[in-house]
Design a protein around this ligand. Sequence first.
Ligand SMILES: [Zn+2]
Length: 355
Amino acid sequence: MAAPHRTRVHPDPRREALRQRLRQQTRRALIGDGPAVGVDIGGTKVAAGVVDGDGRVVAHVRRETPTKSPQAVEDVIAEVVEELSARHEIVSVGIGAAGFVDADRATVLFAPHLAWRHEPLREAVEKRVRARLGRRVGRRTLVENDANAAAWGEYRFGAGRGESRLVCVTMGTGIGGAIVNSGRVQRGRYGLAGEFGHMIVVPGGHRCECGNRGCWEQYASGNALVREARELARADSPVAHGLLERAGGDPEAITGPLVTAAARAGDAAAVELFEDVGRWLGIGIANLAAALDPGTVVVGGGVSDAGELLLGPAREAFRRTLTGRGFRPELTIVRAELGPSAGLVGAADLSRGWG
Ligand SMILES: [Zn+2]
């Protein structure tokens, strides 16, 4: 009798995971822990470096991000890879990009700040590097979402070391999010997990660049901090005089680092602005705890430079909001340790076949 016909719509996820793990182990055995190039593409700067097996950046280059042309950005990436590989025997290349990266870690589906739409970034960079050098650099090139890359850096070499259930929240202009479970980045079914910044926390709230309203990053990010500070300054309230003075009297000249410096110097309005952003951060982390139950949340990005001015109010709001509080173990909220190089360190290490 013939075996019953079975239609397979999706491959068995367990077998798929096993296959992926085996592939990864093979790759790691082949590639080892040699020096890898990490590239972090930001809206204004391309930062790249050679990262050794202990997560140290042993060489570093920086370029301006060229305007809006994706091809020009790819040229710059190829240029820095060429430069860095001239003096180091590179085993692999990892590129961290702010955007939605597909599950194969090859194509940027959408990058709001870089005009990339279904851009086959891995192929484009490999082609350019080959054209410049007449050979490949390293055994492989990999593209990763920048927040995933930064989280991996913190997990391997920074504030997330030893944590088996880690969540990272990167507070830059927006919010970057990532999940690392049992030594693997959780990318979701389509590569798009961890976009915490676009969870809606205030229905009908502030308009977000993503097109929705009331996203978390509209309340807990560098942009939110600056927006509120400028609004306060424009209202000409006496409490904002300290901030205005630092900005030379122009509310539009207020920046995130300016508010941070003012808060550190004890300016009451600046401290309050961090309390507000911190509160939103804590509420969002309580939501993440409800969904993911991590042991540690690492908070990175420029806004985290304010340290306890941000994290103190965040912890307080977190404790007040956490579901089941008082009857459950609580996660710890800590500041990232690797600073602005987390992304390139993580991207380089992931390209070796980890994560
Ligand atoms: Zn949004």
